[in-house]
Design a protein around this ligand. Sequence first.
Ligand code: ATP
Ligand code: MG
Ligand code: MG
Ligand code: MG
Length: 581
Amino acid sequence: MITRFSQLFLRTLRDDPADAEVPSHKLLVRAGYVRRIAPGIYSWLPLGLRVLRNVEQVVREEMNAIGGQEILLPALLPREPYESTNRWTEYGDGLFRLKDRKGADMMLGPTHEEIFALTVKGEYNSYKDLPVILYQIQTKYRDEERPRAGILRGREFVMKDSYSFDTTDEGLSEAYGKHRAAYQKIFARLNVEHVIVSATSGAMGGSASEEFLAVSEVGEDTYVHSTESDYAANVEAVVTPAPPAIELDGLPAAQVFDTPDAPTIDTLVAWANEGADGASVLGREVTAGDTLKNILVKTRVPGGDWELLGVGVPGDREVDFKRLEASLEPTEVALLEAEDFAKYPFLVKGYIGPKALLANEVRYLVDPRVVDGTAWITGADAQGQHVVNLTAGRDFVADGTIEAAEVRDGDASPDGKGVLRSARGIEIGHIFQLGRKYTDAFEVDVLGENGKPVRLTQGSYGVGVSRLVAVIAEQQHDDKGLRWPKGIAPFDVHVVIANKDEGAWSGAESLAAELDGAGLQVLLDDRKASPGIKFKDSELLGVPTVVVVGRGWADGVVELRDRLTGESREIAIAEAAAEIV
Ligand code: ATP
Ligand code: MG
Ligand code: MG
Ligand code: MG
């Protein structure tokens, strides 16, 4: 069906809205794509809705391509499931809470890990049912502290959220990998320039997590990337916020070592003998050739209890156990595999945090303990000994003085390749390997192959669908207006009638009909406005292909304008449709 501008529910504005700071916000409002109802709450008008639906469709196709099954959960939710996971409280002011007529607590869903876990629990009971990927494209609610830039940070917004459920950790990694690849395809199809960065897990919990950030100066996220490798991380994952003052009294002094090299086996033995009062954990024995990589280490004096001793350094800083083997005698060292990290979330939190670790300076964290509900661990880096507050996650305190560690431009990249540069980005996607945080909370088990129950492991993967509309506008606009990629634009072609001649008018109509017949979405500017006004609007609206039926009509030509490149050329009327399709 041809859309006639004269009938279209659209009024473009000459001036920028007073509350708009970023270009995408100004343009989407001026071009009549969205209208503000309240801070962070917007209506989608015809053109905006078309773009939103197109973005949704790309996301849907790529989710279906990895075997995702679309479902739709309610946005209005009861309190209880979120109470079970403590998120009713943890979400703080960000959660929209309300009461029903009977006084029961209700909420508007900000994200749906809980409900998906419960949904799977309700339907599946055998390992044979797994794996499964479920997703929805749905309206989410978050009472953002600073709703900003129109639909870029809304309080009501559209998200694609998917969740994978598996019986094994390998299955979870596979589902994570599928989503990572699908997201790369989605953002490529949407023409969004982006980077993939390591991220913190935030309120979600869990371990492995990456964000997709659209490169943009107006972004609220800062990331660092190496000049010589593909290392990139959100600074949230590496910056240490100023910690609260802490009471160091009562914490036993820890071993200090001042060498930047791995401690000698004698040091390890000394620690073990002095009996770090750490958790006793199960692990396998170390054999010659084992490497210390992304693992926790524990030791014991033969015959004694296992003691948690330290945390291995990641990446290329592997410690070769062969080197230590010779002196392993009075102490055995065992490895705790990464999959066991979930049992010690407080350690993992501390492990991924401090700047010193990013710079590969932290060698060992020893002596974990809990004092008055706060988990502490003693660590050491090249500067000496530190006591780390693990409960707070990333607080880092040296010798009782507070140190707020930050990375800046020019720091060495943690992978040893190149230096770090910082840039701004807008979060457009986020993938998490949640593990069993939510399935534990709801005891989501299936019967395993051996007849015993197996606890499922979960992944959570989000795409900011409505945010992407603003992101594309932000990355693609010019000073005249919006510029949509093909396939995302509200229309495929915008036919502008810029000639009062009746023949031109009916010629434009039949050209539009021909294009429409070929399956294109056609906007026909049939208003009785001046060509100047129509041209300005065509630039503002940003349809990729504009056909001007103007003065050239008499000579048998129309003008073809490419909104993205700004190029224009004349083509014969007879060939126009074939050329455009
Ligand atoms: P942000 O850091 O921008 O606040 P988030 O980390 O809180 O985002 P997630 O919980 O990871 O967001 O949600 C998944 C995706 O939903 C995000 O990657 C983002 O694209 C989108 N999103 C989150 N909050 C908003 C919002 N207020 N408005 C629009 N999109 C949002
Ligand atoms: Mg947020
Ligand atoms: Mg975020
Ligand atoms: Mg996120």
